[in-house]
Design a binder for this molecule. Sequence first.
Ligand code: C5J
Length: 229
Amino acid sequence: MSTAPIQSKVRVIQAQPYELAFEPASTALLIIDMQRDFIEPGGFGAMLGNDVSLLRRAIEPIGALLSAFREAGLLVLHTREGHRPDLSDAPPSKLARGRGETKIGDVGPMGRILIRGEAGHDIIPELYPLAGEPVIDKPGKGSFCQTDLELILKNRGIKTLIVCGVTTEVCVHTTVREANDRGFECLVPADCAASYFPDFHETALRMIAAQGGIFGWVSDSASVIAALS
Ligand code: C5J
């Protein structure tokens, strides 16, 4: 029997509130809602008067992380927020919310807003999923609500999630909270998440790492890539 020490597969990411130990094989990259309507200059988000450059600054760091995960052969998943064309999976409360002139399902600059199959609902070309990377279509803000995400993660033995995307305080935060309650360890690289409201972005990240990491860890893309390589 060999007496050589077993090589530890555990790696460490420098993070707040303290370093995160993880095993690459049980770690997945989860990219939330990098959809054209939220992020592209001609999309629905821009039409509402939002400054989409605030969201676009996350594209390059997410792209770097995506390349690192793909090169390492690790699991990458993407989500899209949206609904069936007949809106049968959209809660009436969500449809009514905001009292805006333009609602989910109305025609926007890139097709019907937040409707599956429309151009604006799809993921931006810079981060487009490869064949075989699961795309989770979700009707809500959280990625676990009424989706098969948890089943896919459990079947693949995933324990740690690197969560990226938009917006930090809405779909990224809701997903991190859901994942945390399901026993996953979540880390958000700060430069890989973004919001139309920079102060919400900062506060949302602080909330994740506060109280000893009540929802998880916060780091940056360079630290995650360094830990993978
Ligand atoms: C996301 C939203 N993806 N802000 N949606 O955060 O409505």
